[in-house]
Design a protein around this ligand. Structure first.
Ligand code: DAH
Length: 372
């Protein structure tokens, strides 16, 4: 009472009407104003929160009402001026208002979150009726696919598939094949030497020796693989190319078996109207030896660009296994005989698809590879 004596002196007129209540009137009014303000804040805050339709505007509303410099905080700061009995009343109301605002913010936040999720789901909806995106699909290289066909043909005739090292000894690559050191036959195969006695194999023929050393007749194998020759690259030469070696050893094998088997192979690979011819040739490890040609399927033997006017295209070398080679491998040439052949894989693929440049196989240009 003492504190507000000043009011009472000044407001004697009102004291006249209200007596002691004059002071109370003013105090009561202060509480009233705060109560109204709190209720008003709650109302406007709730309306604003309700109309906030994104996280940013909701946060702005939170700062505006509940923040450190917010409206509610501002009012609460004024509570110091209230009397001790008014303070808890207004304090409780303020708490209620704060809680109410917080509750509506939380409700609005989850609504906005739900709305955001919905629109995200809407935006990311997958239209299952749209045509799919096709990832680029690789293709089997023509050398690989034709090799696969060749393998199938020979497997069908009862052969099995063998493989061996690309780094060979001079013995397997030459000597055991009846090509002694300093023999002129070595000149035809420009050899990559790793050391005096170790080479990159120049042919798949060493697989004949390795097979005969490992297994007893009857033998029927093909051995496809990479071979190497120190040739400069051009349209018909490459330092790396592929051969498919073939070997059959048994009792009573003759040149007729060789011809029959290889003719069947050519007809299966190129079609049943394929015409083959055998020309005498020389290889150190076969006797007699031959080369097999197929009649040019472009000109039917007339002579054209593909067969370079020959009418025929050479596809393999072959012959009856030389008795020396059988002996070296511990097979008695008086009991057993055999035939062998070596097919140039690039050559048969070039013939098949009319490819005129060997380099296309190794350059990996997808425009070329896509055609097969
Ligand atoms: N190895 C020979 C070469 O590279 C090809 C060959 C010819 C293999 C006759 C054979 C064969 O098995 O009997 O020129």
């Amino acid at each position: 009472m003492q504190k507000f004596g000043w009011y009472r002196g000044r407001l004697c007129l009102s004291s006249l009407f209200y007596g002691d209540k004059g002071y109370f009137y003013f105090r009561y009014k202060g509480e009233l104003i705060m109560r109204d303000q709190l209720i008003a804040i709650r109302k406007t805050a709730e309306a604003e929160i309700l109309s906030a339709n994104d996280t940013a505007s909701l946060e702005a509303a939170r700062v505006k009402y509940l923040g450190k410099k917010g409206e509610l905080t501002g009012i609460l700061r004024g509570m110091g001026a209230l009397s001790a009995d008014e303070r808890p009343v207004i304090g409780q109301l303020a708490n209620e208002v704060r809680e109410a605002i917080e509750t509506s913010i939380a409700a609005a936040a989850s609504k906005i979150e739900e709305k955001n999720l919905q629109s995200k789901l809407e935006a990311e909806k997958i239209d299952v009726t749209l045509p799919g995106k096709k990832p680029p699909v690789g293709k089997i290289h023509p050398l690989t696919s034709v090799l696969g066909e060749v393998e199938e043909i020979f497997l069908g005739m009862g052969y099995s598939i063998a493989s061996g090292p690309e780094i060979e000894t001079d013995y397997y690559n030459f000597e055991a094949l009846n090509i002694p050191k300093n023999h002129p036959a070595r000149d035809t195969q420009d050899t990559f030497y790793i050391s005096d006695n170790v080479v990159l194999r120049t042919q798949t023929s060493p697989m004949q020796i390795r097979t005969m050393q490992k297994s007893k007749p009857p033998i029927r194998i093909i051995a496809p693989g990479r071979v190497y020759r120190s040739d400069a690259v051009d349209a018909t030469h490459s330092p790396l190319f592929h051969q498919i070696e073939g070997l059959v050893v048994d009792r009573g094998i003759t040149m007729a078996d060789l011809k029959g088997s290889l003719e069947v192979f050519a007809k299966r690979l190129y079609g049943s109207d394929t015409v083959v011819r055998f020309r005498p040739h020389h290889f150190q490890f076969t006797e007699p030896s031959a080369e097999m040609d197929i009649r040019c399927f472009m000109c039917q033997g007339e002579g054209c660009r593909l067969c370079k006017g020959e009418g025929y295209i050479e596809i393999l070398g072959c012959g009856m296994v030389h008795p020396n080679v059988l002996k070296i491998c511990g097979i008695d040439p008086d009991v057993y005989s055999g035939f062998a052949f070596g097919i140039g894989l690039e050559r048969i693929v070039m013939g098949r698809y009319e490819i005129n440049d060997l380099r296309l196989f190794y350059e990996n240009d997808v425009r070329f590879l896509r055609q097969f």
